[in-house]
Design a protein around this ligand. Structure first.
Ligand SMILES: *Cc1c(COP(=O)(O)O)cnc(C)c1O
Length: 386
């Protein structure tokens, strides 16, 4: 289903000098006004009205009972894992194909990330490969909605229920994506979001944890603020963290959330244009899937070069770069990282996606002409042979 995408009918490129960045933040509304209110009022630190307003707005957007803002998406994951009761020596199941923060946050709890292979179409954790990874030490599952496509949550939740595991969504890349009509942020016991500068909406650096569980919410607020007892100032019953968000970050975030539908609509328009202008190249590359039960948030438009096409992935990216088009490789799977190293060959789908995947520029500043230009360059590369 398409949303309206204001201001996109122009044929002119947003990047006339032909350097199209892979991502770009977009400030369409009250960002400056709200930041100035912080400065004028001197409420620039982690106390101030924008934090509550941002949290309430984000909770309402997700239909979640609680949203707790923090300083980045990695801290949000750490807080969610701690609220889930993850402790030293526990195992937490995560997809091997993800951004490194997912695995690092598990490591912060002195727990062990246990990796699962991916589905070839959505690039997300493969539920069919999940259950065999569960052991008596497994405490939680982190399902990542990679590049904005929701993970297949129902089988994951069903397996988790049978084994009494907590489910956390890493929705850092998937604000507003839906799974069978339910929005990300409400599908698991807890969910985490990132508001880094290249995410769907941004606070510069920032994160949020959503949950319907009031006990978990209280615990997360306690951990976020050094563990200070809310009823007794400067009394610290537990050792917490300083993971607070500033009022300035929340001011930017509130302004971004006021226009979230526009941000999402523009990303969808960019994806629709890519599908239109890359049509007919199925022999060379796989376009991002949007399964019938999903609404994709299109954080990144991730294509995968077929193995049958001899084109080297890095050479493909180099040629686009020569044409002024910035791209990124799909993430390396975690199990090839020095700190999480496991034997190769154990996760064949994630390994192929990591070797053959490319993120094309996709953000709300791109016009139809920009997308057409990128698609034309790709078509030329396919025509020129490997
Ligand atoms: C961006 C991201 C994070 C971490 O967010 P930061 O705000 O950069 O700490 C976590 N998980 C995934 C999948 C991400 O893409």
């Amino acid at each position: 289903m398409s949303r309206p995408a204001p201001g996109l009918q122009t044929a002119r490129s947003a990047f006339p000098r032909r350097r199209i960045p892979v991502s770009h933040p977009l400030f369409l509304g009250n960002e400056k006004k709200y930041v100035n209110e912080c400065l004028d009022s001197t409420w620039i630190s982690s106390v101030g009205g924008f934090i509550t307003r941002f949290e309430e707005t984000f909770a309402a957007f997700c239909g979640s009972r609680h949203a707790v803002a923090c300083n980045n998406g990695t801290s949000a994951l750490h807080l969610a894992l701690l609220a889930a009761g993850v402790e030293s020596g526990d195992e937490v199941i995560v997809p091997t194909l993800t951004y490194v923060a997912t695995a690092n946050a598990v490591r912060y709890c002195n727990a062990v990330p246990v990796f699962v292979d991916s589905e070839p179409l959505t690039m997300n954790l493969d539920p069919a490969a999940l259950e065999e990874k569960i052991t008596p030490r497994t405490k939680a599952i982190v399902a990542v909605h990679l590049y904005g496509h929701p993970a297949d949550m129902d089988p994951i939740l069903e397996i988790a229920r049978r084994h009494h595991l907590v489910v956390i969504e890493d929705a850092a890349e998937a604000h507003g994506a839906t799974y069978r009509g339910r929005i990300t942020g409400t599908l698991g016991d807890l969910a985490t979001f990132s508001f880094f500068g290249n995410k769907i909406v941004t606070t510069g650096e920032g994160g949020v944890v959503t949950t319907d569980n009031a006990g978990m919410e209280r615990h997360i607020r306690l951990l976020r603020g050094q563990g200070m007892d809310p009823a007794r100032r400067y009394w610290f019953p537990i050792a917490g963290y300083n993971y607070r968000m500033t009022n300035i970050q929340a001011a930017i975030g509130l302004a971004q959330m006021e226009n979230i539908e526009i941000h999402l609509g523009r990303r969808r328009a960019v994806a629709d244009w890519y599908r239109k202008y890359l049509n007919g190249l199925e022999d060379f590359l796989q376009l991002p899937a949007e399964l019938p039960w999903a609404r994709h948030a299109f954080w990144m438009f991730a294509i995968v070069l077929h193995d049958s096409w001899g084109m080297d992935r890095d050479e493909f990216m180099r040629r686009l770069d020569e044409a002024g088009i910035e791209t990124r490789p799909v993430f390396y799977p975690m199990h090839v990282m020095p700190v999480y190293r496991e034997e190769t060959g154990a996760y064949p789908v994630a390994e192929r996606l990591g070797r053959r995947g490319v993120n094309l520029p996709s953000h709300g500043l791109m016009t139809e002409e920009d997308v057409q230009y990128v698609a034309r360059q790709i078509r030329e590369i396919t025509a020129s042979g490997a």
